[in-house]
Structures are given as C-alpha cells and as structure tokens.
Design a binder for this molecule. Structure first.
Ligand code: ADP
Ligand code: MG
Length: 406
C-alpha cells in the first residue's frame, strides 16, 4: 500500500480565480457549493482569488508565478478566461505561460468554453454543468487549444472562441442589462433583434483551407448546391465571390488608404504578441489590401460569426464535432436572404448545429480572415463576447496553443 501511494503523484495545487460579476453573479456560490466539495474530496488544494474589477484577471496572469501552481481554475463565463490568455500573451515567457493548465467552471451566462470542453469529453451540457466540469478538473486531462491572433485598429488580442458582428454580437452586448436573467438574457434580446432585424453592409475576406470539402456535410453543401431554387450554390458563389474580389481591386485599395490613418496607432500595440504568422502564411497589414488568393465577399450580412470552438454558448453549437485543436477557423454568415420568418423557424436548430444547413446560412473553413464593416461607423463587434473597437478586424491562427483541462 505504501508503495502504491508513493507512485501516485500528489494531488495538484491550483489557483482558483472567481469572477463575482459573471452570469447571475453567483460564481462565488457555485464554486463553494458545487466544486469545492469535489476538489476537497479529491485532495486538491487551492488558493482562491475573487476578481475585484474588469482586467484584474489579465494582471494576475501577467504576474503569476508559474511554479507556484499546477494550474488555474477559472470560475466565470468566458470573459475571465479571455483576460487570462491575454495576460499570458503579454508575458516575456508567454510560451511557458501557455503551458499552464487552465480549467473552467461555468459561472457565466453563455459558458462557451466549458460547453466545448464537456462535449469534447462526450458529456451533455444542459444540466449539472458545474458538477461535470468539476469532475473533469479532478481527472485532470490536459489538451492543447487553438487560439487566434486578432487585430483591430487599436489593439492586438488573442481569441480562443469567436468574433461576432451583427445579430449575435448585438444580442450578446445589448442583453447586458438583463444579466440577472442568466442565459435567458440571450433569448429575451434575440426576440427584440429579430423583430427589428438589421442588415449590415460589409466585406468579408478569407483564405480557405485546401481540403475544405471534408467539412461540407456540416452545412449540407451538396444539398444547397442541388437546390438551385435556393439561389447561389457553393461552387458558383465561389466564382462570384472571386469576381467581386477582382472587380473590387481599386475600391479596396482606396478604402485601405482611408484606413491607413486610423490604424497608425497599431504599431505601438501590435508587437505585444510578436509577429503575426502561422506556417507559411503571413498576415497582411490591416491597412493593406488582402492578398489576391483570398476570397472576398461583399454584401449585407445579418451576422458574421467566426469561431474556433464547437460552441458559442451551451445551447448554441457553432461547429459540431470540432476538437479543441483542429487548427482551423470557421467563418459563417447569414446573408441578405435572411428573414424574420426564417430566423424564427430555426430557433430549435442552434443547439445541434443543424442551423448551418439552412439556405440563408453560409459557412467556410479558413486559415485567416478579415471583416470590414462598410458605410457605418458605429456598431457592435465582439471578440470572445467582449466588445472591441468597431471597424476593420482580422485574424489568423497562432502557432501557440493554450492548454485546457478537459
Ligand atoms: P458572462 O458569461 O456572464 O458574460 P464573463 O465571464 O464573460 O461572464 O464576464 C463578464 C465580464 O466581467 C467580463 O468582461 C470580465 O472581464 C468582467 N469582470 C471580471 N471580473 C470582474 C469584476 N470583479 N467586476 C466586474 N467585471 C468583472
Ligand atoms: Mg461574457
């Protein structure tokens, strides 16, 4: 018995970081009642920190002594996790810092990452999430997780979830005032946003991956192609997209010139995370036109959603079957054929990802993207559910991965 005990590694020592503001403001209670007993039973020791303000998580991550803990457990929605990886991203020893195992307990409203983690483990996410997540943390399996480096006109940040513009971003941010409702805040705001449906003129550019066809089943590419009455087929639209791209050569460079002034502050911040490139691919400067091999789409978007995770909340599966480190970015959008009626009719299809098969939803799998709102200076743009400066935004996968306890 003594011998077996000496072979088993000692239980880990974790930093538990709680956002008292996330979700229905019950994260402190959630940890105490649902996770703490399970951790204690497993012999896990921990130090608890309750964040005092927005940005506190970034400060903690920047100054964390990596040797002091075996991992960090985030008790929050996705906002505090976002603060943490961006704190790590600003460290000189960031590659070491990204190796720190990060666990997540669902203290927030959407809990996208926690949902992705649990679904990756083959568990359902609609009930007892906190309990399942606590058990996952006790088991302590660590997996790499993709990150995307995002550039806006005034900052460079790391994203682990999503970039959103249009109806989904509006719902996320405009529902802040219904925070006390928990996840129901999204549904309440969705009803209003569908009633007052907006179409946002913009330009979406991306570099598709080579073997995109293995993802076609997700959005029923074959069916969409066959159903000619539903408008443009995937293949044809590629043609049209490219044509638009070619025709737009001039207008793109003129808009790029307009952007040049606005993004001149970029230099001061963009080196915080080092050079932007992955493999053989280099990211163009936000003020330059995209390379000629990118696809460019221009139109009125009801929403654009860019994801690097399987879920954007526990009842919204944005990319069924996606693993934590698949090394791709999914770009999806609802085009100008979207109507209130179509949106209402797909309400029950977000949970399973079936909505991707609707004719007004388009999806692509890419290595890098750029999104440019047109003819409007105001609007809501989010990165991982956090609002960022409205304007052109681009991103590509980073060679670095963070590490999640799943
Ligand atoms: P939710 O899923 O409910 O949106 P998040 O985890 O995304 O929860 O947190 C919401 C916001 O709270 C994030 O922007 C995060 O940066 C911020 N935040 C973190 N700690 C605090 C705090 N102590 N007080 C106020 N805001 C905080
Ligand atoms: Mg949030």
């Amino acid at each position: 018995d003594d011998l077996t005990e000496s072979l088993i590694p000692p239980p880990p020592h974790y930093l538990v970081c709680i956002n008292p503001f996330s979700g229905k403001e019950k994260a402190v209670q959630l940890f105490k009642e649902q996770a703490k007993p399970i951790f204690e039973e497993a012999g896990i020791t921990f130090k608890e920190i309750i964040t005092e303000r927005r940005g506190h998580g970034t400060e903690i991550a920047m100054n964390l002594d990596l040797k002091e803990y075996n991992g960090v457990i985030i008790v929050s929605g996705d906002g505090l996790f976002y603060e943490f990886i961006n704190g790590f991203g600003q460290r000189r020893d960031r590659e070491e810092a990204f190796k720190m195992p990060l666990g997540i307990l669902p203290g927030g409203s959407g809990n996208a990452l926690c949902s992705a983690v649990l679904v990756n483990r083959g568990e359902q996410v609609l009930k007892n999430m906190a309990c399942h997540a606590a058990v996952a943390i006790v088991k302590g399996k660590v997996n790499p997780k993709d990150m995307v480096q995002i550039q806006t006109q005034n900052e460079t940040v790391l994203s682990f979830l999503s970039v959103a513009w249009g109806i989904l971003a509006d719902i996320d941010i405009e529902s802040e005032r219904f925070r006390f409702l928990g996840a129901t805040r999204f549904q309440a705001q969705a009803v209003q946003r569908i009633m007052f449906l907006r179409k946002n003129p913009g330009r979406l550019s991306f570099l598709p991956i080579k073997d995109e066809s293995k993802y076609h089943h997700l959005w029923g590419a074959e069916d969409k192609k066959r159903d000619s009455s539903s408008g443009i087929s995937i293949q044809e639209s590629q043609q049209i997209e490219t044509n638009i791209g070619a025709k737009m050569g001039d207008s793109r460079s003129s808009s790029a010139n307009q952007n040049a002034n606005a993004s001149s502050s970029e230099e001061g911040t963009s080196n915080a995370m080092g050079e932007v490139h992955a493999d053989d691919l280099a990211m163009p400067s936000l003020s330059d036109p995209v390379p000629p091999n990118w696809t460019v789409i221009q139109g009125d978007f009801v929403c654009v959603l860019i994801t690097i995770v399987s879920h954007i909340s526990n009842d919204f599966m944005s990319h069924p079957g996606r693993s934590m480190d698949e090394g791709i970015i999914m770009v999806q959008y609802m085009d100008e054929t979207t109507t209130r009626w179509k949106l209402i009719n797909t309400f029950d299809k977000y949970m399973t990802g079936e909505y991707l098969k609707q004719d007004f939803v388009k999806a692509r799998v890419v290595k890098a993207f750029r999104l440019e709102p047109l003819n409007t200076k105001e609007g809501i743009l989010t990165v991982d559910g956090e609002q960022v400066k409205f304007g052109p935004i681009q991103g590509m996968l980073t060679p670095s991965k963070c590490h999640c306890i799943i």
